[in-house]
Ligand binder design. Structure first.
Ligand code: ADP
Length: 890
């Protein structure tokens, strides 16, 4: 049953109210009513009765129809309001209609009330429906406007009629930019023509199209969108528009791309990757891992990674690992694992827990095969240990090596080496340089003047430090006052190593050697000069001897001439002898064989003899020749070596006379306390100062030229100097060119006090017994003839033996000799051996050696063999006589 219309009637007149109700009934409207006449009742009725329509009189006792309308407007504005009035008052009616009444009915025309009610209700319904649809449209429009999707509506040709703000936000195109245009303005060219064709085919057929586009924004940026496009149709089903609802999927696309890239990266990664679930069971292994451990994903899925384990990894480290991982931390460490084929390998693993809503969902294991690395590390450790050991060895080598070692850094200024710093030095460094605590110090701090004194060091060290080319050099380091041999190396730019040794001693030896070499060369030159001189010195007397000897053969030569020639021959003999004996004496001096043989010597007598000897030959009347004896004859007998002293005096006096053409030559001695000072002075040519030392060297002469004026061998002074030194003294020289010279030397005064001094000549008058048998053992016929002549002159019998063996047989034969004169150097058997044997067989037989070799050694050998005495060749007649007298008269 249809609900009855609720009608509120505002009417003070019951009659009018009934009339109204009657008319409503008549119009067929089913209704219930409430009649009110006061304002209060009216308000209450609106609220409680909730009328569907209000019919109100205008003139009421307590209020009026206008007020009733306003109250309704306020309380319930949607209830239709019809003014029912009896007075036709257009103005009031207009007023009330303006104020919002739906209609008015004049009471005279009350029959119209039914239609008025229906129209009013219809109008209200229409308004309500309109409002409702407006509200819906508003919501729809808001929904479209505020839609998070971008919405495009086009007409049937595809021209844009509407775009929502999201579209503008996404594409950058405003409504004005795109209205009337085709959505192809968004085309990027990335979607195929076929795709667009499908789209159009679908939607023009009335279907829905779903798909994705990659479009271009207004600013040229790409974006991805997923689109849902459908046609909009009218009531007849004809397509009027197309609606595109699109969603920006750029981010999703990018994430998808990223995910794709990441999964590709994981899959293609050169490192092994395992993903497990939260319990550690394998969910995924990448191909690298699968190929490396030779297990496929199917082999290992759902298993624990422990299946690879060799079992060496301790439980403790597993626990630590799990504790870490479960608390959401990353764990990294090494595992010793095994492949499917059993090959062991070491891997370095980083395990990271993956969180989903703060709960661990997975673990990701990224591992790297470090087997080779491990091996390398092991090798490196061994290498390091070896290096350390070798370092230690080298260090101890450096520390203990005799050479100095310094590792330094060169300091350059404008490319020039100006200083260096000692970084490391060894123990020997200090000993060899005298520098202490040098580490970390600059050389210029340690030796302030070194740059000035030894600039070359900086140049060499700097060069090696820059070029790296090793150098070796020897240098006198002024600031350290030593010679150094240095090897410099550089293993690093601007650094250098110096290994060095002090070679001062070697250098001195070298210097000495060089000077000896120079001396030897000089001596060689002198020897050449000597040979030249000596040949002259020997030739001159030899020529005289040969020449005059040949003249003597002439039997018609007058006796006076013969005597004269013989004298010349004698003098030449002496000259020759002196030259040769000089040479021999020098060589014995050289070999150290010349010894001092002190004996009683009458030096006054010696001086006289020397004087006499020279006076005989002195021919120059311009020169006064004299000698000086400081002691009386009694005190002039001393112990000295007379032979050497005599030789010295002869040499010096000989020179003085030789080099003095006028003035005087004087020689002698003075007594100075217990020294005898011998001197030889002359007023001759003198000797230049620079030659004062040199002339004492052998073969030295002031004038060494072949055309020199004065004869001589250059041996006299060398010999004299040697003899003076043997006598324990030094020869001195004072000389000035053109003024003359003084040679002097001292010997100890060791006098022999003699009570009687016999005249030697007298003592030697003692007769030698005649007719004695003398055995002369001599291989050289000339020597033998000379000797036998002397002996026969003394009326002695001469027997000859040519060698030692013959001598022995004679000595053992029936005719034993009274005395033997024994030569030493002989063929078959020498004199020493022969004497030894003779003395063994006949100890009483006197054997006197006659020898040319008269040095100390020979003398000892001769005496040791048993000889009773010896005579030096060439035989001095006096000496021979003295010996014969001595032994034959025993
Ligand atoms: P020699 O006299 O045989 O040449 P010496 O050794 O005796 O050899 O002397 C060496 C040199 O010394 C002489 O050649 C001479 O130049 C110089 N000399 C020696 N004595 C004298 C002197 N009294 N006056 C000047 N020069 C001398």
């Amino acid at each position: 049953m249809e609900a009855k219309l609720k009608i509120l009637i505002v009417e003070d007149l019951q009659l009018d109210a009934n009339l109204i109700k009657h008319e409503i009934n008549r119009s067929g409207i089913q209704f219930i009513d409430q009649i009110v006449e006061t304002q209060k009742d009216y308000i209450e009725a609106i609220q409680k009765f909730s009328p569907d329509i209000i019919l109100s009189d205008y003139y009421l006792p307590t209020f009026d129809g206008m007020l009733a309308l306003l109250i309704r407007k306020k309380i319930s504005p949607n209830i239709p309001f019809i003014l029912v009035t009896g007075t036709l008052n257009e103005e009031i009616a207009v007023e009330v209609m303006k104020a919002g009444a739906n209609d008015y009915v004049i009471k005279e025309h009350i029959t119209r009330i039914g239609t008025a009610i229906k129209t009013a209700l219809e109008k209200v319904e229409i308004i309500r429906l309109k409002e409702e649809s407006e509200e819906k449209l508003k919501i729809l429009s808001l929904a479209v406007d505020q839609n998070p999707a971008s919405i495009v509506i086009t007409d049937i040709q595809g021209n844009i009629e509407y775009v929502n703000p999201k579209f503008t936000l996404l594409t950058g195109y405003s409504s004005n930019d795109v209205i009337g245009k085709n959505p192809r303005i968004l085309k990027s060219g990335m979607t195929s023509i076929q795709e667009y064709k499908n789209l159009w085919d679908t939607i023009t057929r009335g279907g829905e199209w779903r798909g994705e586009f990659q479009n271009l924004k207004k600013n040229g940026e790409f974006y991805f969108e997923s689109a849902w496009i459908s046609p909009i149709t009218d009531e007849s089903g004809a397509i009027t528009h197309f609606l595109a609802v699109k969603e920006d999927i750029t981010e999703r696309k990018n994430s998808e791309k990223k995910i794709k890239t990441l999964s590709e990266a994981i899959e293609q990664s050169p490192t092994c990757i395992i993903i497990t679930d939260a319990n550690g069971k394998i969910e995924f292994v990448n191909s690298k891992f699968a190929s490396f451990v030779q297990y496929s994903l199917d082999d290992v899925k759902g298993k624990y990674p422990l299946i690879f384990n060799v079992g060496h990894n301790c439980q403790e480290s597993y626990k630590g690992m799990w504790d870490n991982l479960k608390s959401g931390n990353i764990w990294q460490g090494e595992f010793n694992n095994r492949k499917k084929d059993g090959t062991k390998f070491w891997e370095y693993v980083i395990i990271s827990p993956l969180l989903e809503n703060n709960v661990i969902s997975n673990y990701i294991l990224v591992s790297e095969d470090i087997t080779e690395k491990k091996k390398m590390v092991d090798n490196l450790i061994v290498a390091k240990e070896n290096a350390e050991e070798s370092e230690e060895r080298f260090h101890s080598l450096f520390e203990n090596m005799i050479e100095g070692f310094a590792y330094c850094k060169m300091i350059f200024e404008n490319g020039n080496p100006v200083d260096f710093i000692y970084i490391e030095v060894n123990n020997s460094f200090e000993a060899l340089t005298g520098l202490k605590n040098v580490r970390g110090k600059k050389v210029t701090e340690l030796i302030p003047g070194i740059r000035q004194s030894d600039p070359l060091i900086f140049q060499i060290y700097g060069r090696v430090a820059l070029t790296g080319k090793p150098e070796r050099f020897e240098m006198y380091v002024e600031s350290l006052n030593d010679w150094y041999s240095v090897s410099v190396y550089s293993s690093k730019k601007e650094f250098f190593i110096a290994v060095f040794d002090v070679i001062t001693e070697r250098k001195n030896t070298e210097k000495a050697l060089i000077s000896s070499k120079e001396k030897a060369e000089e001596s060689d030159r002198l020897k050449t000069a000597f040979l030249h001189n000596i040949s002259h010195e020997i030739r001159t007397p030899l020529n005289a001897i040969i020449g005059f000897s040949s003249l003597l053969v002439n039997s018609n030569l007058p006796p006076q001439k013969r005597k004269e020639f013989l004298k010349i021959i004698n003098v030449s003999n002496d000259q020759l002898l002196s030259v040769i004996s000089g040479i021999i004496s020098l060589s014995t001096l050289d070999t150290g064989q010349e010894k001092i043989q002190e004996k009683e010597t009458d030096i006054n007598e010696m001086l006289t003899n020397v004087y006499d000897q020279f006076l005989v030959n002195k021919t120059n009347p311009e020169v006064t020749f004299s000698y000086h004896q400081a002691l009386s004859d009694k005190l002039a007998v001393i112990y000295t070596d007379p032979v050497k002293l005599m030789q010295i005096l002869i040499n010096l006096v000989g020179n003085a006379l030789k080099f003095t053409k006028n003035g005087k030559v004087r020689f002698g001695y003075t007594l100075e306390t217990n020294q005898l000072n011998f001197f030889v002075e002359d007023t001759g040519i003198g000797i230049p100062t620079e030659m004062h030392e040199l002339i004492f060297e052998r073969f030295r002469q002031v004038d060494n030229s072949a055309t020199r004026k004065y004869g001589g061998t250059g041996l006299g002074l060398a010999l004299s100097k040697g003899y003076v030194e043997l006598l324990g003294s030094k020869i001195r020289l004072q000389s000035e060119i053109g003024k003359g010279s003084v040679f002097a030397f001292t010997i100890p005064y060791k006098p022999v006090i003699k009570t009687t001094r016999q005249n030697e000549t007298q003592s030697r008058q003692l007769s030698i017994p005649v007719g004695k048998n003398i055995l002369v053992v001599e291989d050289d016929i000339t020597n033998f003839v000379l000797l036998s002549k002397l002996l026969t002159m003394l009326k002695l019998n001469v027997i000859r033996a040519e060698n030692g063996e013959v001598a022995i047989s004679i000595c053992c034969g029936a005719n034993q000799p009274d005395l033997v004169l024994m030569d030493i150097k002989m063929p078959i058997m020498d004199g020493i051996e022969a004497t030894r044997r003779i003395k063994k067989l006949n100890p009483g037989l006197i054997v006197i050696a006659v020898t040319a070799c008269a040095n100390e050694n020979d003398r000892i050998q001769i005496l040791e063999s048993g000889c009773d005495g010896y005579i030096v060749k060439p035989i001095n007649q006096q000496v021979l006589l003295a010996n014969l007298e001595k032994y034959l008269t025993q």
